[in-house]
Structure formats: C-alpha cells, structure tokens
Design a protein around this ligand. Structure first.
Ligand SMILES: Cc1cc2nc3c(=O)[nH]c(=O)nc-3n(C[C@H](O)[C@H](O)[C@H](O)COP(=O)(O)OP(=O)(O)OC[C@H]3O[C@@H](n4cnc5c(N)ncnc54)[C@H](O)[C@@H]3O)c2cc1C
Length: 373
C-alpha cells in the first residue's frame, strides 16, 4: 500500500516539488531533502530564476516531452478553473495570458502545439498591431516577418514554488533543508539523505527520487549535463501580454509575473556557460529589444524601463533530453527526474506523472521492491 512506502525526493525545485506533491496525492509518505527550498536564491537552484511561461520548446521528434507539455497546459487550466470557482483556494501564481509570438523569418520550427492551446491564430504583419510594431523598429534592423497569438499560462515562479510546497505539506510531506555530499557519488548522498530524514523522525526510505537539476552533473557524474545560462531583467509593471521574439541567433521575451506588479524581460540561452556574473552589455541589449514590444512598461522618468533587478539562472540542459527513468544504485531504488533544460515548468506535470508511474511500477513489480528498475 502506498502509505506504507516512504519516498525521499532529493531536490525542491519545480521538478522535485511537483513529484513530491503528486506522490503524496497517490498516498505515499514523502520527505523532500534539498540544499535549497522555495524562498532561497542560489545559482545552484534554477527554478526561482525562470521567466516563466508555457511556450513549449519540445519538437515532434520528442513525443514524450510534447506530451508532458500538453499535460501541463491542461492541468494548469484546471488549476485556474478551480481558483476561479473558489476564491478561498490558495493562489498558484498562474494566469492565462495573451501570448504573442514573433519571428524575424518564416518559422522553421514546427508549430505542432498550435491545436493544443487556446485561440491559436496567425497575426497579420502588414496590418494591425504587428504592422505598427514593425513601423517602430528602426531601419536597418530586422522586422517581424511572421506572427501568431494564443492563450497560455504565465507563472509567478516564486509564488508557484511556495504554492507547490504548501500543497505538498498539506498532504503530510516533510521538507528538510540539507546539502548532500557529491564527492562520493549518488549512493553516499542517498545514505546521507536517509540519515538526515531519520534524524527528523522520518522512517527508512523505500525509494528515492533524484530531482537535483543541474546538481545531478556532480551527484551522478552525468557527463551529458550542461548549463544553459539565462540572464533576465525584472522590471516594474505587469505587461499586458506575454511576447516572445525569435531572430537570427537571439531570443527576446517579456513575461508578466502574475500578481507581482512586475515583468521578466529576457534573455539569453548560452549553452555551456557557467558564469553567474551579470553582463551589463547583455542587460542593455535585453532592454533595447524589449522596448519595442512592451511599451506599456516604459514608465521610468527617462522614458525607459524601471529596472528592479538583473539576474542569472542556469537551466539544467542534458544531451538527449531529460532523464526520467529508474535505476538501482547500491541496492537502493532510485527514480531519476532531472535535466529538464528550458522547459522544467511546462514539463512539470507530465514529467511528475511519469515519475509516479515509475514508482508505482517499481513497487508493483516486486510487491515491495522493484524488479523493473
Ligand atoms: C532565465 C530562465 C528562464 C526560464 N524560463 C522558463 C519558462 O519560461 N518555462 C519553463 O518551463 N522553464 C523555464 N526555465 C527552465 C526551468 O527554470 C528549469 O527547467 C527548472 O527550474 C528546473 O527545475 P529542477 O527542479 O529540475 O531544478 P532546480 O530548480 O535547480 O532544483 C534542483 C534542486 O536540487 C537540489 N540539489 C541539487 N544538488 C543537491 C545536493 N547535492 N544536495 C541537496 N540538494 C541538492 C537543489 O537545492 C534544488 O532544490 C527557465 C530557466 C531560466 C534560467
């Protein structure tokens, strides 16, 4: 029976917390052990630095990830419908927004997701608002050549992490802050996670979830992990819509942070770059690119943005995509869930459901311990 099984989830980012919450919903006893928890800020903790919004980066040759993203979109709509129906429910920090997508050339990426989102439609670039935008782009700079709009959730990420934690704790999940050693490998780290949990009165673990994001590079010596650096600028005011622009070698985006009175402007996707130092030249480029499509945020005394902060996060990239699979490590059952790259939020529901499925399978297979893993 799930209640008799104790699962330790290592990691309290969006991946670990969603997995912990869903496992607890399923009836498992769950303890989260993590070096960083909601409210913390660290370059080793990606989740607080995300934009974030639902804008899939999965491609048709990644059917599992496409499916995770669609599941998450649908789940978030259900969450929002419940919040609308009952004003006493805790607020997730999610909000459906108009989401405009601009390309400097006819998109080469597949728009497989168009039928899965609400109100997807192409926008004219020769008349209406996009044409007006193009008129405001200085001569010599690329214009918007193709555009589309849909409805998609954006996420107040600090609030969403706290919400997930509270939802999980409401189901009896215990969250323990502790850094696990990485130097002697995963097995030693899991021993330590169990020791720490037992010190807090939790039972021995029947299974572990490894949701350590980029930390898995060291913890599992996973050579396929790499950082994708993202610098963003938080500005005052909530943009009226989410906007993303894809050009030759760059992305620009503006994502309102629901309920916070602020908006995240981005950004960069620098593959293999570990630096957490803010680059002022990049900040200037981010502000310049966003100036065109977020004019409602130009409220500064100088006619520019009111900058609140500039920050850097490292997305947990992984060659071949996220690792969500079971393994036996030194006789311990482990389900890995890490390496979600640029899509950890929009993957989170589908990915966590797969984690729960693997856990169920593991226990089912041996009636207590896993042959499947
Ligand atoms: C600028 C930027 C914009 C983004 N925008 C979006 C977006 O719009 N949409 C989207 O879906 N995604 C977006 N992402 C990606 C998303 O943020 C990540 O995919 C996601 O946060 C990864 O979450 P995670 O839980 O796997 O890892 P993390 O959030 O890094 O969590 C890892 C956890 O493991 C713990 N841990 C690691 N090592 C150890 C150890 N040795 N001992 C104990 N604990 C350990 C950490 O403390 C932490 O709790 C963005 C990311 C960035 C940086």
């Amino acid at each position: 029976m799930p209640q008799e099984r104790h699962i330790i989830v290592v990691g309290a980012g969006v991946t670990g917390l969603t997995s912990a919450y869903f496992l607890a919903e399923e009836g498992y006893k769950v303890t989260v052990v993590a070096a960083h928890v909601p409210g913390d800020e660290s370059i080793e903790y990606t989740s607080p630095w995300a934009g974030a919004h639902w804008r899939t980066s999965a491609t048709p040759d990644q059917p599992t990830i496409c499916d995770w993203d669609v599941q998450t979109y649908d789940y978030w709509i259900d969450v929002l419908n419940c919040e609308d129906a009952d004003s006493k429910l805790p607020k997730s920090g999610l909000k459906m927004q108009t989401s405009n997508h601009y390309w400097d050339a006819q998109p080469t990426e597949s728009l497989w997701w168009a039928p899965h989102v609400q109100n997807f439609h192409q926008l004219s670039t020769v008349a209406g608002p996009v044409s007006a935008l193009n008129d405001s782009i200085p001569g010599g700079s690329p214009k918007i050549a193709w555009a589309a709009s849909c409805r998609a959730p954006s996420i107040n990420v600090p609030q969403y992490l706290l919400y997930l934690r509270a939802k999980a704790e409401g189901l009896g999940v215990s969250v323990i802050k502790s850094r696990l050693p990485t130097i002697s490998g995963l097995e030693t780290a899991l021993d330590e996670a169990e020791r720490v949990a037992m010190e807090c009165g939790r039972p021995k673990a029947d299974l572990f979830i490894n949701a350590t994001g980029l930390g898995a590079a060291k913890l599992c010596n996973d050579q396929m992990m790499y950082p994708i650096r993202g610098q963003t600028v938080l500005v005052r005011g909530e943009a009226h819509a989410t906007r993303t622009r894809s050009g030759d070698g760059y992305v620009a985006y503006c994502i309102p942070r629901p309920g916070s009175g602020m908006t995240i402007l981005g950004g960069t996707k620098e593959v293999g770059v570990w630096s957490e130092a803010v680059d002022p030249a990049t900040t200037a480029i981010i502000l310049e690119r966003n100036q065109i499509f977020a004019p409602e945020l130009l409220t500064g005394a100088d006619g520019g943005f009111e900058v609140v902060s500039v920050q850097v996060g490292l997305r947990p990239g992984r060659e071949g995509g996220p690792r969500v699979e079971g393994e036996v490590v030194g006789g311990r059952l482990v389900v890995h869930g890490y390496g979600h790259g640029s899509g950890g939020y929009q993957n989170s529901v589908g990915s966590a459901r797969m984690v729960v499925g693997l856990v169920d399978e593991a226990f089912g297979a041996r009636g207590g311990a896993s042959a499947k893993l």
